[in-house]
Design a protein around this ligand. Sequence first.
Ligand code: SF4
Length: 279
Amino acid sequence: MTERIIPNHHIIEKLKLSNLAFEVDRVISVPVMKTHMYAGVTLSIKNMKGCLYQRDKTRLHRIKSNPPDIHKGKCLDYGICDLMKLLYPDYAILDATTCMEGFGPSGGTPVEMNMVISSHDALSVDLTAIQLMGMKPDAIAHLNLVREDRNLKIEDIHVHPVDFLKWSRKFRLASEQDLQQNYHNPSVVEKGACSACHAAMLQFFRYHHQEYENSPAVTIAFGGDLTAEDLHPADGSPVVLVGNCTAKFRNSTISWCKGCPPVPSQIVRTINAGKTLDD
Ligand code: SF4
């Protein structure tokens, strides 16, 4: 592990990364083309988060301060931009053979594109890729921030073949609101949770919602800003606390699911057990 200070950082002063990324001759980013429910897309720039060390991988999802300019991006977007000041890949090869749309990066559906996009400039690869995914070149906040830092203009990117957009396809995006409008049990109370816990809840609803359609009402509460009043929902349903942030209330409800972020299958086990599990 190596801890590096980020020069001229936007939001993160330093990050822990794998040593290996700084020992090799060249760093090549080889992502799969995917939508991402928080970053918009996960391509060769965001793929570099894989070089972060252990819990620093989720740290960019847990930044509690305000972003420098909310109109330009969220904390996660600025965090990815800061990572690029430390570890910008030397080359990018984007696997766009079988891609993912919808609830990416892990809950989406496959899309066959049968393409590979490569360049010595990772940002150019990503900006080309999002156009092939049916987006405008300025649609993705973290790419805009990196582009601003590196002073890259869209018109300076030359793609071969020039008529590449004839292979574009509109990728379906997803938002958390889509899920919560569709599923009414469990109910959710959230205050101050970071994007890692939101992502876990999205996965929970996507894969397990059907198990609760005809079950007694239950409320899931998560986030570090919950108060004691939040543990008494109007419908009187039992409350299951989710995530280490809520541990301070663990003796006030029927059950608590640990994890930072929690694992969706463990949330299921905790709800079904109706008590806090030890493992
Ligand atoms: S418990 Fe959830 S909300 Fe709290 S820091 Fe961990 S992932 Fe974020």
